[in-house]
Write a protein that binds this ligand. Structure first.
Ligand code: IMP
Length: 422
């Protein structure tokens, strides 16, 4: 059985915890899009691990793959490998495979990301990791991939070509210094020497595993509404963070996908700019932020918090063909007398059950809420039937609306704090 895990909101849904749980029974865990803009947190025996590029399945000794759809900052990747090794986690070319076709992030990508944000009137609030500019180069066909780095002559020519154009833009438009060829060339030569044993044709590797009937787990980063095609454009990331990214980002055909698990928090968060209809005012927002430790795992930025939004989730369930749901951070809602769930949007006096497509309308939405009874009980046991009535009602209400079963209910950061419904 091959499973895809995707975020149904604006990222940070707690996918790391679900992936960690599912990776127990998987053979190989695969990242297919995004880059080190992602930050997946996993807590094992009280120890916190934050992953930016390597799938968290590495903690269980499983084979991990970084597919061709991921843009890789080699410096960050090497630091991640080294820091895992220091903590006693085995990372070798046998359990970590990186695609030769993955595009590489260069210093000019990171700096362009920051400079473009600085001069934009409507800022996106990017992570400034160079993800967008690297994807731009990929699509405009001047990107540099790992397979290009392996051949010094090819790398030299491609880097020279890029720097000719980039330095012109940096000096003439941004009035910045520009970049030295030698410095980047030498730095990246060292990176590729280090990473060479991990590089391979991951599409070929994954399809071989499929033939051997091994179980693959595809780990989505970010979430459906950050998808460059289906998200709240332009306040999105630069990849397909919903299901579509899986096939183009790995070389695995969709006919091999058996199950799509959509992950949603029991409420909603967003980091960065862009519309957020159910965003809460400061006091309630900070209640959720403090209790849920809602600070970006990559940038440390405080996340914006709001009520659960079924209008968004209906669309995300549809787009991803979600056939199983995972609900996370349910424990965070404890202590609220009343809980609200957005069931429709009001726009120009009309009610809508699915979100609008244009960003202009997003700004004018008024959410319509159903109010539900809160609870003040700690979730301690894993039998769904024995949960307090308001918790069961909340879960059933979401399930009935989305017409998909919530199979996984996570109620804490620890591995064991999860209810699995059969
Ligand atoms: P970028 O991906 O750095 O270009 O940022 C674009 C938008 O996506 C910004 O609003 C970021 O805050 C958001 N974003 C990118 N990665 C993540 C993530 O892993 N979790 C949540 N938001 C993200």
């Amino acid at each position: 059985m091959n499973i895809v895990v995707v975020g149904l909101q604006w990222g940070d849904e707690g996918k790391g915890k679900i992936i960690d749980f599912l990776s127990k029974s998987a053979d190989c865990i695969v990242r297919f899009q995004g880059g080190n803009n992602a930050g997946h947190t996993v807590v094992v025996d009280g120890k916190e691990f934050i992953f930016h590029l390597i799938p968290s399945g590495i903690l269980r000794g499983k084979i991990c793959v970084i597919g061709n759809g991921v843009v890789v900052d080699p410096k960050v990747l090497i630091e991640e490998i080294e820091s895992l090794r220091k903590r006693g986690i085995k990372v070798t070319p046998n359990n970590l495979k990186i695609s030769l076709l993955a595009h590489v992030i260069f210093p000019y990508h990171r700096i362009t990301d920051a400079l473009r944000e600085k001069i934009r009137k409507h800022k996106i609030g990017t992570t400034k990791k160079g993800i967008g500019p690297c994807m731009v180069d990929k699509v405009s066909r001047c990107g540099i991939r790992f397979c290009d780095l392996l051949d010094q002559q090819v790398f030299k020519e491609k880097l020279k070509d890029n720097l000719r154009e980039k330095n012109l833009i940096f000096k003439e438009i941004f009035k910045e210094k520009g970049f030295s060829f030698k410095k980047i060339f030498d730095e990246y030569k060292d990176y590729v020497d280090y990473l060479k044993p991990f590089l391979c044709d991951t599409a070929e590797f994954l399809n071989r595993l499929i033939k051997e009937r091994k179980k693959l787990l595809f780990e989505g980063a970010q979430g459906t509404f950050l998808d460059v095609d289906f998200g709240t454009y332009p306040y999105v990331t630069s990849s397909n963070s919903s299901i579509g990214g899986v096939t183009s980002g790995t070389g695995v055909s969709p006919i091999y996908i058996d199950k799509v698990i959509g992950v949603t928090k029991a409420y909603t968060t967003r980091v960065g700019e862009g519309p957020f209809p159910t965003e809460l005012p400061a006091r309630l927002s900070s209640f959720l932020r403090e209790k849920g430790k809602e600070f970006g795992a990559t940038t440390g930025r405080p996340r914006r918090c709001g009520w659960l939004d079924l209008v968004l989730l209906r669309r995300a369930v549809l787009l991803n063909g979600t056939n199983t749901l995972a609900l996370t951070k349910l424990d965070v809602l404890k202590g609220l007398e009343k809980i609200k769930v957005c069931v429709a949007y009001k726009l120009k006096g009309k009610l809508f059950k699915i979100p609008p497509l244009d960003t202009h309308s997003w700004q004018k939405i008024k959410p319509v809420y159903k109010e539900m009874k809160g609870w003040d009980t700690e979730i301690k046991q894993k039998d769904f039937k024995k949960l307090p009535a308001p918790i069961k009602d909340y879960i059933k209400f979401i399930e009935d609306d989305l017409k998909v079963k919530i199979k996984y209910i996570s109620f804490g950061s620890k591995r064991e704090e999860i209810i699995v419904r059969r």
